[in-house]
Design a protein around this ligand. Structure first.
Ligand code: SF4
Length: 127
């Protein structure tokens, strides 16, 4: 790729412009694969902010039906759980992980927000 082509390639390939870039031949298949693989697992703070962000959004805008359904499913699992204490996954309680059997403490998260964070997991492996 020439210097001029590289410059055009960089200017054209911005989020949402992949189709245009592909049309002019500035995206190579290996770049698309690399871009998709580079997604990192989300950090704890990212999970918390995503959950609370979606919780706030759920009161003002319409969330995707898939996210709502997933959240509802999670909350139905949390409801009868011994670790739940007034809407929070209690850090003062312990339970056995459903896969490893290891004793785990609750995460301390507010369940209504945690359930809306797709990257979050139950400390007992229930979801
Ligand atoms: S997140 Fe898991 S451990 Fe916590 S209350 Fe829900 S089901 Fe129980």
């Amino acid at each position: 790729m020439s210097k001029k082509e590289t410059k055009i390639y960089k200017n054209v390939w911005k989020p949402g412009t992949e189709d245009a870039a592909k049309k002019f031949g500035f995206i190579r298949p290996e770049d698309i694969i690399r871009k998709n693989v580079q997604k990192k697992p989300t950090s704890k703070i990212d999970q918390i902010l995503t959950g609370w962000g979606n919780y706030v959004k759920s009161h003002f805008v319409e969330l995707s039906p898939e996210l709502k359904a997933e959240s509802q499913k999670r909350l139905e699992i949390c409801d009868p759980c011994n670790m739940r204490d007034r809407g929070t996954c209690s850090t003062g309680r312990q339970g056995a992980h459903v896969v490893t059997g290891k004793l785990m403490k609750g995460c301390g998260c507010r369940l209504a927000a945690k359930a809306l964070s797709p990257g979050s997991v139950c400390p007992l492996g229930k979801w």
